[in-house]
Ligand binder design. Sequence first.
Ligand SMILES: [Zn+2]
Length: 249
Amino acid sequence: MFTETEAIVLKQTKIANGRRMLVLFTKKFGKISAGTSLTERGKGKSALALRPFAQGRYELNKSGNSYHINNGEVIASHYRIGEVVDKYICASYVLEFIEKLLPEDAPSPSLYLLLSDFLDRMERRSGKYETLVTAFQVKALKHSGSEPRLDRCIECGTEEDLDHFSIKEGGVLCRNCATTDGAKERLLYDVGFDIVNVLRYLTEQPLSAVEGLALDEITLTKIRPLIRRYYAYHLDIGELKSEELMEPR
Ligand SMILES: [Zn+2]
C-alpha cells in the first residue's frame, strides 16, 4: 500500500547495508517505525528530512506491518536547534519523551500540532528552554487522556484554598481535604496556590503565551518533579536518558 503523510522524525538509527530505521510521529498514523535506504549524503531533498527534529512530507510503502520510506521532502529541518547545546538537550528530551508517550499506530493529530509548534518555538527561542519544555509537557497531559483536574478539589469539589496536588488522584485538593491521613500513599504535594495557578495557565494557554516568559528556579524545582511523577504514575513513563543532562540547569 502506497501512502503519504506529514511527520516529525523522533529518532534515526543506522542498520546494516547503509539502511536506516526511523521512528516517525506521523500526522495520519501516529507513531510508526519505518526503514529506508535513502541516505543523508544524497543530493536530493530527502537528506534533510531524515534527521531528528525534522518535519517533512514522506512517501511510504506499507507491506504487512512494516513501513518503508520511499521519499521525503523537508518542511522544516529545525537545524538551528542543534546550534546551542542546552537547546539541543532540551529538545532531545522532548523527542524521547514523546516517543515514550505515544502508542504505536494511533493517530494523535492535536499532539502532533503541539510538537510541531514546540519545535518551531524552540528553534527560535534564545534562552529559558526549560520553561518551554515544562509548558509543552503540561499541555501534552491534555492530549494523553490523563489530564489532571485543576479547577476544583477532587475530593469535595470546592474552588477555594486549592493548594495541594495529589499525583495518585490526579488533581488539586483543598487545604481541608489535604489534611486527612495518608498523605504519603496519595503522593500528595503541598505545592501552594502559585504552582496551581501556573499549572492552570500552562494548560489553558497556547505555547505562544510563554514566548517571553521564564519560570523562575523555585517554580521549576517544584513543578518539574511533579510532572515527572505524574507521567510516571499515570502513563508509565520512567526515567528518560536525556533527562540527566537537562537538570539541574
Ligand atoms: Zn476538598
